[in-house]
Design a protein around this ligand. Structure first.
Ligand code: UDP
Length: 484
């Protein structure tokens, strides 16, 4: 493989403008005690920071769990008066195919089978150095730099040399090592020396050789007020899904309303691209099963389709929507288009009767808030939500579905197993067992009472464990520890 030489600053970081949010909104939801803990933590942190900046670097502004969380957390932390920023790095196709290889291997699978050697390290460093040119002189002694996921890790030593305290947050992982995880860690390990701390979503993801005193475990969270999770009236759910083209329009074609991240009113105007046999639009009362994911083989959209075809179609009158972002837009995920094409081929090979029950939906990403509102409406309209991942770092879509009072059927892998407690959803012991998945789904669809009870318990469970105040307090503790 040859790597092209890049002119300086060929790749430039881009700052994302995140609207301020007030933590006071969380008060009525989480109760006095939790809110008071949050307020005190916020006050301590802003005193400690004393004007230093907290920088976040990631590789995409939309279309995955990291972007979803940063949009929320950065807004809340800005609201406490801390100077916190979020920048997204740029790269070429080769850069993102190498980082996707690392991503796959940290999950324990080979991915595209390519190398992770000195040439790849060299390419990553060149693209990273180009990005750094646009930002390094803004980093001050004592600033805190949070690098998200493997894509940004090669920034660590330059940031440390600039006097920043550097934290690497790894949002992915696998319980237990194999040859692929070993290879990914060998590739990443030289950069970790420059990091003051590493954050993982689960304790089980921490490699055994890592210095435990530098490790923090912080599970992700959802924000009840974001366009993705905010309350949405049944009328707006129907309008939104009518507008994107998934539900029939009985009345006038009105746009679904939602509140944007910056507090201004928003409307869902765009259509989704829907692959369907026959009508793209479903009747309002057609029971719908939904999985929302990036088009990533590890999310196993094709497996959901197969399990649904095997067991559900003949037993229950339900439909399936496999929903993901438009594959043209998620630049840090080069395998998205291939995974979607595979799903499309599997859909095309279904018998007509089955194919008519399955829709492949890709959502426009032009407007991130609008995309989030579409996902919100889809999750709210779903009778059952599925997340049948083969492996999963955390799986925010599970908490999102549970927050909406939905019964979720998901694989017992990674962070999903931490989210679904007994009675709050259904865990699949073997994600590869498609008949078992299909039977479980078909069975649940015939038990509306159980769906309702499970959904109520699910929402309560998420409120208790995965709402943003928990997450913010852990960040505050980390910052206090870093700036002593
Ligand atoms: N998502 C989205 N639009 C889409 C598909 C996914 O906003 O078209 C969001 C989804 O709602 C969730 C995130 O992307 O917030 C996916 O996070 P998760 O932790 O489930 O998986 P990841 O993509 O980080 O592996």
């Amino acid at each position: 493989m040859t790597t092209a030489r890049h002119a300086p600053s060929e790749f430039n970081v881009r700052e994302i403008d995140v609207p301020v949010r007030s933590i006071s909104r969380l008060g009525p939801l989480v109760g006095t005690e939790r809110y008071s803990d949050l307020r005190l933590a916020a006050e301590r942190t802003s005193r400690r920071l004393d004007g230093q900046t907290v920088w976040n670097f990631s590789s995409t502004a939309a279309g995955g769990g990291v972007a979803e969380m940063l949009r929320v957390l950065v807004g809340y932390i800005r609201g406490t008066g801390v100077d916190i920023r979020w920048l997204v790095m740029a790269g070429d196709a080769e850069f993102f195919s190498i980082t996707k290889r690392i991503h796959n291997r940290l999950h324990g699978v080979s991915g595209d089978g390519g190398n992770l050697g000195p040439e790849e390290a060299d390419h990553i460093q060149r693209v990273t150095d180009s990005n750094l040119e646009g930002v390094l002189d803004r980093i001050q002694e004592g600033d805190i730099v949070l690098l998200h996921d493997p894509q940004t890790l090669a920034m660590a030593s330059a940031m440390a040399a600039a006097g920043a305290r550097v934290v690497w947050r790894c949002h992915i992982g696998r319980e237990g090592a194999n040859q692929w995880t070993d290879q990914a860690w060998a590739f990443l390990r030289p950069h970790l020396a420059a990091c003051d701390a590493c954050i993982f979503s689960l304790r089980q993801y921490v490699p055994s050789w890592m210095d435990a005193s530098r490790v923090r475990v912080i599970p992700p969270s959802i924000d009840p007020f974001s366009p993705k999770n905010q309350e949405m009236s049944p009328a707006d759910v129907i309008r939104t899904l009518g507008r994107i083209g998934l539900l029939v329009q009985n009345g006038p074609d009105l746009a679904g309303r939602f509140t944007r991240t910056d507090g201004s009113p928003g409307r869902v105007e765009r259509r989704a691209s829907i692959v369907a046999d026959g009508d793209t639009a479903l009747a309002l009362d057609a029971p719908l099963v939904v999985q929302v994911s990036r088009w990533d083989r590890l999310k196993d959209m094709s497996g959901v389709l197969e399990g649904f075809a095997l067991a559900v179609v003949d037993q229950v009158d339900a439909h399936l929507a496999l929903v993901g972002p438009s594959v043209a837009n998620v630049t840090d995920d080069p395998e998205g288009a291939e995974a979607f094409a595979e799903c499309l081929a599997a859909w095309g090979a279904l018998p007509t009767k089955t194919r008519q029950r399955v829709k492949l939906v890709t959502l426009p990403m032009d407007d991130v808030d609008e995309n989030a509102a579409m996902v919100n409406a889809l999750q709210r309209h779903a009778r059952v939500i599925v997340q049948k991942s083969i492996v999963e770092g955390f799986g925010l879509t599970v908490a999102e579905g549970m927050w909406k009072g939905k019964a979720v059927i998901a694989s017992r892998v990674g962070g999903i197993a931490e989210q679904i407690a007994p009675g709050t959803g259904i865990l699949l012991d073997d994600p590869a067992d498609l008949p078992a998945f299909g039977e479980t789904l078909a069975g649940l669809l015939t038990r509306p009472d159980e769906i309702a009870k499970m959904g109520d318990r699910a929402r309560q469970h998420v409120l208790e464990h995965f709402v943003g105040d928990r997450h913010l307090i852990r960040y505050a503790q980390l910052i206090e520890w870093l700036v002593v």
